[in-house]
Design a protein around this ligand. Structure first.
Ligand code: PLP
Length: 379
C-alpha cells in the first residue's frame, strides 16, 4: 500500500531525538526549532516524560469501560493549578481539531444557536472552521463553506461589534494566530470581544492549541490580555508528541451525560504523558524561560536588516521577510541542519522546545545571518 501523498516532505528520516536535537538515519545531527508544529514543549525524549510513560505502560496503557481513570483526575488538578483555571472543568480528547469541534458543539448546546464568528487567517484544524489558513481554495472542502461561519478581519473591533448578534453561539479566536503568520490579537480587541460575547449571550472560545502551554510566556497567550474565555482548547504541546487534546470548560457550563464523547480521549498513556509535561514545565520553570529567552531572541532578530518584521510572544516567533522564505529555510536545513517552519510565502516560524538553550538560539541567529547575507542580491 502507498501512503496518501498530502504533505510535501524533506528526504530525511529522523531516527533519534533528545532535547532540541534530532539525528537522521545516517547519524547526522540537526537542531529542531519547529518541534513538529509546536508540539515539542519540554524537549524531545525528556527523561521524566519517558519514565512516566514507561511506568504507565508497565501497568496499563489503554482501557475504557465506564470506569474511573485516576490519572485523568491528577491531570485535571495539575492543569487547573498551573494554568490558573482551577475552577474550570476538563474534557479530554485526542487532537486540536477534535477539541475545537467539541468546543463549538458545547457552545451550540449551551446557547441553542448555530452561528459562529471566526477570523481571517485563522486556523482551527481540519474542522468546520478549516477555511482561511490558506489561499488555496482547492483544499477547502465545499462542506466547510456552507456552515454558518462568518470570517471577520482580525483586530477590527467595530466590525465585530456590528456582526455579533443574539444568533451567534460562539466567537472563536487563536491566542496567537500560528498558521496564518504569527499574528497577535490586541488586548483591546480581546477585551472588547469578551464584553460583546457577554452582552450577546455568545460564548468566547480561545483556541490555545498552538499558543498555549507556556509557549507565549504565560500559560495561555490570552492571559497577557487579562480576559477569561468560556472555553479554551489545547493539544500540541500538551502531550509533547503524545496525541492528546482537551477543552477547558467554564464552571457556568453544566455537563450532561452523553453530551460529548470519545473512544481514546483521556486514556492512561495520554494522561501519563500530559502529567509528565506539566511536571517538567513546573519543575524547570519553562514558562518564564520561554518569556525571557523569546523576548531576548526577538530583540536580537530585530537587528537583522533583511528581516522586515519580527512578530511573536515568548517562543512563538514569526520572521517576515520581504521575499519568499522557502530558499532560506532550505539553506538553513541543508547547509546548517536547522529545522524551521513556514507560514504563507514570506514568514519563517520558530516554535522550539520551551527548554531551548541560549547556545542553540545563537547557532540559529548566526546561521540565519550567514544564509541571508548570501541572498542579499536577490532582494
Ligand atoms: N488549532 C490551532 C491553532 C492549530 O494551530 C492547529 C494545528 O496546527 C489545530 C487547531 C489543529 O490541531 P490538530 O492538528 O491536533 O488537529
Amino acid at each position: 500500500m502507498k501512503l496518501f501523498d498530502v504533505y510535501p516532505l524533506f528526504d530525511i528520516s529522523i531516527v533519534k531525538a533528545s532535547g532540541s536535537s534530532l539525528w537522521d538515519a545516517n547519524g547526522k545531527k540537526y537542531l529542531d526549532l519547529y518541534g513538529g508544529h509546536a508540539v515539542i514543549s519540554i524537549g524531545h525524549s525528556h527523561p521524566h516524560y519517558i519514565e512516566k510513560i514507561k511506568q504507565q505502560l508497565d501497568q496499563i496503557g489503554f482501557y475504557s469501560n465506564s470506569v474511573k481513570i485516576l490519572p485523568q483526575e491528577e491531570l485535571a488538578a495539575k492543569l487547573g493549578e498551573l494554568s490558573g483555571y482551577k475552577d474550570y472543568q476538563l474534557f479530554l480528547c485526542n487532537s486540536g481539531a477534535e477539541a475545537n469541534e467539541n468546543a463549538i458543539k458545547l457552545a451550540s448546546f449551551q446557547t441553542g444557536r448555530k452561528n459562529v464568528i471566526a477570523f481571517t487567517k485563522s486556523f482551527h484544524g481540519r474542522t468546520s472552521m478549516a477555511v482561511a489558513a490558506t489561499d488555496d481554495k482547492s483544499i477547502v472542502a465545499p462542506v466547510n463553506e456552507t456552515g454558518n461561519i462568518q470570517f471577520l478581519p482580525f483586530n477590527d473591533e467595530q466590525l465585530l461589534e456590528k456582526s455579533i448578534n443574539k444568533e451567534v453561539c460562539a466567537v472563536i479566536i487563536e491566542g496567537i494566530q500560528g498558521v496564518g503568520g504569527v499574528n497577535i490579537p490586541t488586548p483591546s480587541f480581546l477585551k472588547k470581544m469578551e464584553k460583546l460575547c457577554k452582552e450577546n449571550g455568545a460564548l468566547l472560545i480561545l483556541d490555545e492549541v498552538q499558543s498555549g502551554y507556556g509557549r507565549s510566556g504565560r500559560f495561555f497567550a490570552h492571559q497577557h490580555a487579562g480576559i477569561k474565555p468560556d472555553l479554551i482548547t489545547v493539544a500540541k504541546g500538551m502531550g509533547n508528541g503524545f496525541p492528546v487534546g482537551a477543552v477547558l470548560i467554564s464552571p457556568e457550563i453544566r455537563s450532561k451525560h452523553s453530551m460529548l464523547g470519545t473512544t481514546f480521549g483521556g486514556n492512561y498513556l495520554a494522561c501519563a504523558a500530559a502529567i509528565a509535561v506539566l511536571d517538567v514545565i513546573k519543575q524547570e520553570n519553562l514558562i518564564d524561560h520561554a518569556m525571557q529567552t523569546g523576548n531576548k531572541w526577538m530583540n536580537d532578530l530585530r537587528k537583522i536588516k533583511q528581516v522586515k518584521e519580527v512578530r511573536g510572544q515568548g517562543l512563538m516567533i514569526g520572521l517576515e521577510l520581504s521575499f519568499p522564505a522557502a530558499e532560506i529555510r532550505k539553506k538553513l536545513l541543508t547547509e546548517h541542519r536547522i529545522f524551521t517552519g513556514a507560514s504563507g510565502k514570506n514568514v519563517i516560524r520558530l516554535l522550539p522546545s520551551l527548554a531551548v538553550q541560549q547556545n542553540e538560539i545563537e547557532r540559529f541567529t548566526d546561521a540565519f545571518e550567514k544564509v541571508l547575507s548570501k541572498v542579499e542580491v536577490k532582494i
